[in-house]
Design a protein around this ligand. Structure first.
Ligand code: TXA
Ligand code: MG
Length: 348
């Protein structure tokens, strides 16, 4: 398969280019496209063969369910059934945007999408290219992040090409995404609303609508079980081993410098505030931005991991962020990249 890269205007997508991509979706093909969170790898969610191509292209286990994307609330009934009133209240506040709802699956959605579960994850993305594609194809589009399984999610079309060249039909190149971490996944099928994956919609914002919503803690757990599909701890991983440090800044930085000295080729995901700490140690550095700017860190996170991989480091050192707002999603991605290993400052 030859991959066609199509440059497209992210603010005003050209309709003739969108139509080419939409037709490819309707023909059962694979189209990678930007959303506001990360690039997605899309296929017609009503077409089982098309959906199975997603799993093959990514090398993703078929036990890991996908998110279905829609362009309007009218389409929600095509995807889910027994939709609770709460889903509509959340949709009104957070759609279009980085919130995914887990609901009861409508049988029109091929079971392959949901890894055989009778639930389905659905969201309405806000990116103009994603919306234009969804409107033009006018079918629900199943789309996981457009990376090879367990690699960092793609935030540029170049990242998609790195991972999936010759594995997808079309990549719509709309430049860099806005947010940089994936959507928040919220399960509405249980008696209490549960955040399965923190993401672009903050817990604080969700709690304004659902005060008692909880974050599932098992994502901190290395155990993978059938009830937590796709929540493998090893995820979002660069090739190099990642060491995540947590605690008081000064002592954590000392631990990191000691660790860096022990390695032949250490890499650091660096906050601007930590500017000179690693000078003269021969470490490779990739900047995340200011520690106080969580949006900037989220936006740089996955590309910085890919950048250090290209510098062929054998270990990546990074300091944790505060777990509030977008920080919870950033912490989650760092923790998974580190496969759950956190080095805590003994004084912290
Ligand atoms: O921002 C995003 O959500 C991006 C863009 C492309 O929309 N998509 C994305 O998809 O991150 P993916 O496949 O990489 O992650 C989907 C997540 C997984 O953690 C999966 O386990 C969960 O959603 N999920 C999907 N269907 C589910 C279901 N029926 N029940 C529980 N979790 C589900
Ligand atoms: Mg993913």
């Amino acid at each position: 398969m030859q991959t066609q890269l199509i440059k497209i205007n992210p603010a005003h997508p050209e309709s003739d280019l969108i139509q080419i991509a939409a037709q490819k979706i309707l023909d059962g093909g694979l189209v990678a496209f930007p959303t506001e969170t990360v690039y997605g790898l899309g296929a017609n969610a009503l077409d089982g063969d098309a959906v199975s191509r997603i799993f093959t292209a990514k090398g993703r286990p078929s036990s890991d369910p996908l998110i279905v994307h829609i362009h309007s609330l009218d389409q929600l009934n095509q995807v889910a059934i027994e939709i609770p009133d709460l889903a509509y209240r959340l949709a009104e506040k957070f759609w279009s945007g980085p919130l995914t709802l887990v609901l009861q699956r409508n049988e029109s959605i091929t079971p392959a999408v949901s890894a055989g579960l009778n639930t389905v994850a659905v969201r309405m993305p806000s990116h103009p290219i994603a919306l234009a594609l969804l409107r033009s194809a006018n079918v629900p589009i199943a789309a996981p992040s457009a990376n090879l399984f367990s690699r960092p999610s793609p935030t540029t079309a170049q990242h998609v090409l790195e991972d999936l060249n010759d594995r997808v039909d079309i990549i719509l190149d709309g430049g860099r995404v806005n947010i940089g971490v994936e959507s928040t996944v919220l399960d509405l099928t249980q008696s209490i609303s549960v955040v399965l994956r923190p993401g672009g919609t903050s817990l604080e914002a969700l709690r304004q609508v659902i005060p008692n919503c909880v974050v599932r803690n098992t994502y901190l757990n290395a155990e993978e079980s059938a009830s937590s599909p796709g929540m493998l701890i090893k995820h979002y991983s660069p090739r190099a081993k990642v060491l995540l440090f947590d605690g008081e800044r000064e002592s954590v930085l000392r631990l990191m410098v000691d660790e860096a000295r022990r390695h032949h080729r250490a890499g650091v995901l660096l906050f601007d505030e930590d500017g000179e700490e690693f000078d003269g140690l021969g470490v490779s550095v990739s900047r995340l931005g200011s520690e106080s700017n969580l949006a900037e860190i989220a936006n740089n996170l996955f590309s910085a991991m890919r950048d250090l991989d290209q510098k062929n480091v054998d270990v990546i050192l990074v300091r944790g962020v505060k777990r509030e707002g977008l920080g919870l999603a950033i912490w989650d991605r760092l923790l998974r990249a580190a496969e759950g290993n956190v080095i805590r400052d003994p004084k912290g």
